[in-house]
Design a protein around this ligand. Structure first.
Ligand code: FAD
Length: 302
């Protein structure tokens, strides 16, 4: 097998990376090391997730602003409707704009731990992700109109979904409210994404739907998150990680190969953009990109 036959076909794919805001100085050092090492991959954008509590939020804002100010990357700040009034959420968007952050991932979000299972609209807050997108678009039109807005979508349905028709209609409504791109929840079977794409296109969703690729080498952790968000873990994945609980090094190699293989199969179907849930781990994201044939700055060159 020639070395190139293991990479994706045609042009190098476009990638984006998701980070979470660091809680400690050690985690912050690791994130900045990750940012520096991934920067040469010339991602389309990098995004930073948003938590429910005040201090997590400050860490998200600081991280997003720092990426804008100290790197050549295009950062996107995640924003949710949880626990804040419309004015508070929109003032974060304004601060982002002033700091050079022109991209928002607009989400409804989940209630903070211990605050019940169901999302409740905060008094004076946004009702749902559509209300949030509209709020951003209408806020100071010279600024709101210019933001790039990404949203979430769920190829295996969101746990609160009322079925496929409602799910696709809801995604279309996000597009109609002003969303530019949807990023999927993670999945492991290419057909899951392809079936979803077909349903979304048939339902009038024309915006790019970028597959979200999970890079979680801790299989126990992955099982926990998957159970919460409704992503299925195929039997072959359980088998691949079986007996590796104490062997982190091998789990990482398996994780990068599983992710790259998924991307290659999607690429064969014409997919050329991938969003990686990096969990702030440079090595895994880098090795996955390498397995896809992406080299420093090759995405930009392509
Ligand atoms: P929405 O897409 O607005 O709604 C979730 C689902 O509820 C819909 O898919 C649909 O099934 C149903 N629904 C809601 N309203 C209606 C309606 N009117 N009609 C029909 N169906 C409806 N969480 C965080 O806290 N911080 C983050 O930074 C974060 N980043 C994320 C990034 C991505 C790419 C993804 C996929 C998820 C992220 N999440 C994040 C998780 C997300 O907050 C949860 O999944 C949450 O439960 C839903 O938020 P949402 O914006 O996806 O919701």
């Amino acid at each position: 097998m020639s070395p190139l036959s293991s990479t994706v076909k045609g042009e190098a794919p476009s990638v984006s990376f998701e980070f979470f805001p660091p809680k400690t100085e050690t985690m912050a050092n690791r994130l900045w090391d990750t940012v520096e090492r991934l920067q040469p991959m010339a991602p389309d954008f990098v995004s930073v997730t948003y938590g429910a509590g005040g201090s997590t939020r400050e860490r998200t804002h600081d991280t997003v602003r720092r990426i804008a100010q100290e790197t050549s990357l295009s950062p996107a700040g995640h924003l949710t409707c949880v626990g804040a009034t419309k004015e508070e959420v929109l003032s974060v968007a304004e601060d982002y704009w002033d700091a050079g952050v022109k991209h928002i991932v607009a989400l409804r979000g989940d209630p903070p731990a211990g605050m019940g299972e169901k999302f409740e609209q905060y008094p004076g807050g946004f009702r749902d992700s559509i209300d949030l997108i509209q709020g951003i678009r209408e806020h100071r039109p010279e600024l709101g109109r210019c933001f790039e807005i990404s949203v979430s979508c769920y190829p295996e349905l969101h746990p609160e979904s009322q079925g496929w028709d409602a799910e696709i209609a809801f995604l279309k409504a996000k597009q109609d409210a002003g969303a530019d791109r949807a990023i999927t929840q993670f999945f492991f079977e290419p057909q899951v994404y392809l079936n979803f794409l077909e349903k979304a296109r048939a339902g009038g969703v024309t915006m790019p739907i970028v597959p979200g690729i999970m890079l979680q080498p801790n299989f126990k952790g992955l099982k926990r998150i998957a159970a919460l968000c409704g992503s299925s873990l195929p039997d072959w994945l359980h088998e691949l990680y079986e007996g590796l609980d104490e062997d982190e090094e091998t789990r990482e190699l398996v994780t990068a190969n599983v992710a790259a293989d998924l991307c290659r199969q999607l690429s064969d179907e014409g997919v050329s953009n991938f969003h990686f849930y990096t969990l702030n781990r440079a090595g895994l994201a880098l090795s996955t990109c390498r397995l896809l044939g992406l080299k420093p700055n090759s995405a930009k060159a392509a």
